[in-house]
Design a protein around this ligand. Structure first.
Ligand code: SF4
Length: 723
């Protein structure tokens, strides 16, 4: 008697993951609904039902207080929208391999490329895939159907076309279909989406059934992959039987066979496979000699060992110490997990990883019968489980979240699923200047870029930058969709040049020109902002072609012209600092950002030749605001308006004897009226009678005022002053 149990028999990664998710939720006390049975196995579905997991056909049948679990087959996009719309809690357990197909067909739809889908159109996985294709897609179940389809579908031979397959599609049939597609469509893009778990299972079934005179396939009759296994085995071994449980096993057939092969579908629990093997064992025991029975039992034991993965045991945590965790593994020896065998995360504490009473799966590292101890590892079992998931996730292009554990030579280590993911320095941050040390202890999002194994060496490489890049691209797209002139943003100053500051608005950079940073003259943007500052800005201008954005930054409340209007009306007396002197007057600073002109005629209450005869740059004088032109941004000041009117010099009284002295002297004295007509005396009343403002026309008419139109030009005066 020879019995050969397939190593690949039983739950695949995706089904295992989905079932684990349901059990976890049930263990937390949640009510769970699955859209359709979580796996194609009635026994298991019944067991789950008894624990509170209900399988429903429609989203609307899920009670509001339950969590919907999407099974590994996935669902159409419309179903996800329905769940969202109803506000139901949902956990998506779609197998990452199936998700990968969703992404492919979604991309094809977006690019208007038709998709050919190999698979059974009535299977939920195919319905889910079709439901993610927003363009045109066609399904076929085998090469014959494909040939018929090609005759009627409107895809030209030189058109782009994608081809994908159901994860459980037969490898043999797929190869035939590809041959056809390659002949017809020269630009076909082929995605081999058949799950490796499926193809490995099929290959092994093919091999075992070819060497068996009885082949038993265990699995649910509704399971697509079980049905495929059955077809493959039947083709190689005519005595192939599909059974769902041990009860269906034909014991007669078993006892009459010399070589029995056993395999099982991806949704067949290990428990059922074991029951079938036990039943076989009973039958063989009763029909064979003692020696044969012993050898069969040894074989069975070996097969079961394979099935349960070697050297793994379950144990219950008994106590936790800082350096180890004591576990009861149901043996006479005492089990312990050294602290460094608990987790791959060196920062995690034992009490954060397990609690007393937890049941944990462990790997036996060493048994010491003399001491009566078993050294166990939790992290290796977790890493092995995580490894399987990592391999699947690497295919799916999913964004993952992990914690940065340490900085190592050339990058950082992120712990994900108890595996150490190496992120090279070039892939760890958005910019090379960002510090790697700052990442330690942080939760980061990353994508897997390599998951490979050579011998016992595993290589897991990820990229944080790939996620950041995608996020920025999405932010950029959203920004360009919604940006408009005048819209306000909060941004972060990323760099500073002599002419302005560059601000990150969220994936897009805009520039604040130096003249926009301040109402007053500044020499460098760093006088106002620093790298890393968060700033409130608004869009002043957008150049759609060059994608350049000019930003405004000045605070309108700090506009000096508004301050002047509010707090410094005409007639206000100010302390003004002389900032520049010209031939026609002097410029004086009224308030920060505004210089006014004191025309030469307004500097003193007497005629002066040059402003510098009275004023010097840097001195502060009292001056009256005598005129403001807000449109032209001009301020006229007067010192003279504050000065007392200078009295005209009085004529000297003429002595009588002087008048009478000589004829010449008499002439001189008669000339004294000339003194009365002296211009200084005549001008003086004008000062008295005319208010200073009325005299201002002299200022307004002065060409110099016209040459100094705005506050922005004032710096010239400053420069002149400096010179
Ligand atoms: S795709 Fe593969 S791993 Fe995923 S559920 Fe299907 S058979 Fe299992």
């Amino acid at each position: 008697m020879n019995i050969n149990v397939a190593k690949t028999a039983g739950f695949c990664f995706g089904v295992n993951r989905a079932v684990d998710i349901v059990y976890e939720l049930l263990d937390k006390g949640e009510k769970v609904c699955t859209l359709g049975p979580i796996i194609h196995n009635m026994e298991m579905v019944t067991e789950l039902e008894q624990k509170g997991c209900k399988a429903v056909d429609r989203v609307e049948d899920c009670p509001a207080d339950t969590t919907i679990v999407i099974r590994s087959h996935g669902v159409p996009m419309s179903v996800m929208s329905e769940i969202d719309a109803l506000g139901l809690s949902c956990v998506d357990a779609t197998c990452p391999f199936v998700k990968k197909i969703h992404n492919i067909v979604k991309k094809a739809g977006a690019e208007n490329i038709p998709v050919l889908i190999a698979g059974n159109k009535s299977h939920p996985e195919i319905q889910g895939i079709v439901g993610h294709c927003c363009g045109t897609c066609y399904t076929f179940n085998n090469n014959e159907e494909l040939l018929e389809l090609i005759k009627i579908i409107p895809i030209e031979k030189n058109n782009d076309v994608y081809i994908v397959a159901q994860t459980t599609f037969s490898q043999k049939e797929w190869k035939k279909c590809l041959k056809t597609v390659k002949k017809v469509y020269t630009k076909a893009k082929i995605f081999d989406t058949i799950c490796k778990a499926t193809s490995e299972r099929q290959e092994e079934a093919d091999l075992i059934s070819g060497n068996s005179d009885l082949m038993i396939v265990i699995g649910d009759r509704h399971s697509s992959n079980t049905a495929k296994l059955f077809d493959i085995c039947k083709g190689r071994c005519p005595r192939t039987y599909l059974i769902e449980t041990a009860k269906e096993l034909d014991k007669d057939l078993v006892s009459k066979s010399r070589s029995i092969g056993v395999t099982a579908g991806a949704s067949t629990p290990a428990r059922i496979i074991k029951e079938v093997l036990d039943t076989m064992s009973e039958e063989i025991k009763s029909s064979e000699t003692v020696n044969e029975t012993e050898s069969f039992e040894a074989m069975l034991e070996e097969s079961l060992k394979n099935l349960n993965t070697n050297e793994r045991v379950k144990g219950v945590v008994v106590s936790i110490a800082p350096n180890e965790v004591i576990v009861d593994v149901g043996r006479k020896q005492s089990g312990f997990i050294p602290a460094d065998e608990l987790s791959n995360d060196p920062t995690a504490k034992p009490e954060d990883i397990v609690k007393v009473g937890d049941e944990v799966e462990l790997l036996i590292m060493k048994t010491n019968d003399v001491e009566g101890t078993i050294m166990l590892s939790k992290r290796r079992v977790d890493a092995q489980k995580g490894w399987e998931e990592l391999k699947a996730l690497a295919e799916s292009d999913e964004i993952l979240t992990g914690k940065v554990a340490s900085v190592v030579k050339g990058g950082v280590i992120v712990i994900f699923n108890d595996n150490r993911v190496f992120i090279p320095a070039s892939q760890a941050t958005a910019s090379r200047d960002d510090s790697l040390e700052d990442l330690v202890g942080q939760e980061v999002q990353f994508k897997l870029i390599e998951v490979s194994q050579r011998g016992r060496m595993r290589r897991i490489v990820g990229s944080i930058r790939a996620v950041l890049r995608e996020q920025r691209a999405a932010q950029r797209a959203a920004f360009w969709d919604t940006c408009e002139v005048g819209k306000h943003y909060k941004g972060v100053v990323k760099s500073i040049t002599s002419y302005g500051a560059f601000v990150d608005l969220g994936g897009v950079f805009g520039m604040i020109h130096i003249s926009e940073l301040s109402w007053t003259h500044i020499k460098n943007p760093s006088e106002v902002v620093n790298i890393g500052d968060e700033v409130d800005v608004y869009i002043k201008d957008i150049n759609e072609e060059t994608k350049k954005i000019s930003l405004g930054y000045k605070d309108p409340d700090a506009n000096p012209w508004e301050i002047l209007r509010r707090d410094f009306p005409v007639d206000t007396v100010v302390d003004a600092k002389i900032v520049g002197i010209t031939t026609f007057g002097a410029f004086a600073n009224v308030i920060p950002g505004i210089d006014g002109l004191i025309h030469i005629s307004q500097i003193a209450n007497k005629r002066i030749d040059k402003p510098e005869d009275i004023l010097t740059v840097g001195e502060t004088v009292k001056a009256k605001i005598i005129a403001i032109d807000f449109d032209k941004k001009r301020v006229s000041l007067s010192i003279r308006a504050l000065l007392p009117v200078e009295e005209a010099p009085k004529a000297e009284p003429v002595a009588e004897e002087t008048v009478a002295s000589t004829e010449d002297e008499v002439v001189a004295s008669t000339e004294t009226p000339v003194v009365e007509e002296a211009p200084a005396v005549e001008e003086a009343p004008a000062v008295e009678e005319a208010p200073a403002v009325e005299e201002a026309p002299a200022v307004e008419e002065a060409p110099a005022v016209e040459e100094a139109p705005a506050a922005e030009e004032a710096p010239k005066a400053e420069e002149a002053a400096e010179e």
